[in-house]
Design a protein around this ligand. Structure first.
Ligand SMILES: Nc1ncnc2c1ncn2[C@@H]1O[C@H](COP(=O)(O)OP(=O)(O)OP(=O)(O)O)[C@@H](O)[C@H]1O
Ligand SMILES: [Mg+2]
Length: 387
């Protein structure tokens, strides 16, 4: 490829002679007789080299040099200077000239200097390319590293969660074993207490104060019984019947008992349930416990009102139910514990609700995820495989 050279000189003779010499040496030469017009030419032709006269009327050679170097960094400049201007030469080199040639010059020398500068230019440009390439590669490596770190972090979190879930499952199994026996033992005497208390109550029609005490006994016994039933259900599956059911029906049915409470607390319900959701194989009552526990927790958090959003979507493999509230949220350091049996922050809570939820979701080979920020509400997502 012929290298392009632009000669800028106000002397016609120099322009023509130099142009002839360089063309005969195989360069692609253009000429212009003033610096001012050279800029447009450089922009359009992008010459490798400009031979620029230092002494020209109108435009100062040094200024022209600076302008060219600044605007076209890939175009190198050799300056022509008059004899006796060596200090000027130093200044020119500082301002970015690749070389300078004293006028009048010997043609052979000129060509030699030009070839030299072009060689240096091509090395420098290649160097610049390599540096850029290196920077790009470094950037890419950094990006990969970051990606890798993120993936490791994600995997670690997933592993931790899986590990936690295994521990939890084991805990629930042990608890189930223990509680099944204990609950059975406790419920029998409890049943007797309740029966006798009812007998006593029947005999106290004329003593209202005493009667109210026996009623208290009955209510408290009922409360203990409810706790025992709940304890049992965290760990042990009750008798179930699998049927083809629609999740939207289950959600609707389990929302019903909460409607009154919602109205009383000033909670708005936002329901987005897809009509005609594909069916899944499950026990409707069992699956219903998942939603009623989530609704109950959500409403507990919105005593001063708020919004309960229930959304149901699906792809061709899973249904996704989202239950979101605008309550107080869950502090970050509780997030790992909320599914533990007995973990509760409520005065009268058992801490069984979410254990039951998790157990049932796992029973149906589903997944559960919780997102929460203190102060801005909580969102539970539940994925269930379709039939
Ligand atoms: N929607 C929610 N917003 C804020 N905190 C929640 C929410 N759901 C659960 N939690 C937190 O998780 C804890 C455990 O919930 P879980 O349902 O297992 O038990 P509980 O609600 O405390 O007791 P119970 O379900 O027996 O009434 C709660 O005490 C509460 O701190
Ligand atoms: Mg609960």
């Amino acid at each position: 490829m012929r290298e392009k050279i632009l000669i800028v000189d106000d002397e016609r003779m120099i322009l023509e002679l130099t142009s002839m010499v360089l063309s005969s040496r195989g360069f692609d030469v253009s000429i212009v007789d003033n610096a001012f017009d050279s800029y447009n030419l450089i922009e359009s032709e992008q010459p490798a080299l400009v031979l620029l006269d230092y002494m020209m009327p109108k435009v100062n050679g040094l200024e022209a040099l600076k302008e060219i170097r600044e605007r076209f960094p890939e175009t190198y400049v050799i300056m022509f200077t008059g004899k006796g201007s060596e200090e000027v030469a130093v200044e020119l080199m500082k301002a970015g000239a690749a070389d300078y040639i004293l006028k009048p010059f010997i043609n052979a020398k000129l060509v030699e200097r030009i070839e030299n500068v072009l060689r240096i230019r091509s090395i420098e440009l290649r160097n610049k390319e390599l540096v850029q390439e290196q920077e790009r590669l470094l950037d890419e490596i950094e990006r990969w590293n970051r990606e890798l770190e993120e993936r490791v972090e994600l995997k670690t979190k997933e592993l931790e969660r899986a590990h936690h879930e295994i521990l939890l499952t084991e805990k629930l199994a042990a608890l189930g074993h223990l509680s099944a026996g204990m609950v059975h033992e406790i419920r029998n005497p409890l049943n007797s207490i309740s029966l006798f208390a009812q007998v006593i109550r029947a005999g106290l029609e004329n003593e209202p104060e005493m009667k109210s005490y026996s009623e208290k006994i009955i209510t408290e016994v009922e409360r203990i019984d409810a706790i025992l039933v709940k304890l049992l259900s965290t760990s042990k599956r009750s008798p179930f019947q699998l049927r083809t059911i629609h999740i939207d029906d289950v959600i609707e049915k389990n929302l019903q008992p909460f409607l009154e409470q919602m109205q009383a607390q000033g909670v708005t319900l936002q329901k987005h349930l897809l009509k005609s959701t594909p069916s899944i194989l499950a026990d409707a009552d069992e699956l219903g416990q998942v939603f009623s526990n989530l609704f109950s927790n959500a409403l507990f958090e919105m005593k001063q009102g708020g919004t309960l959003s229930v959304t149901l979507t699906h792809d061709n493999k899973e249904a996704l139910v989202t239950v979101a509230d605008t309550g107080g949220g869950i502090p970050e350091d509780h997030l790992n514990e909320i599914f533990d049996p007995f973990f509760t922050t409520k005065e009268r809570g058992t801490g069984f609700g979410l254990s039951v939820v998790l157990r049932i979701v796992k029973t149906y080979a589903g997944r559960i995820n919780v997102k929460s920020e203190e102060g801005s509400g909580t969102t539970f997502q539940i994925w269930l495989p379709l039939a």
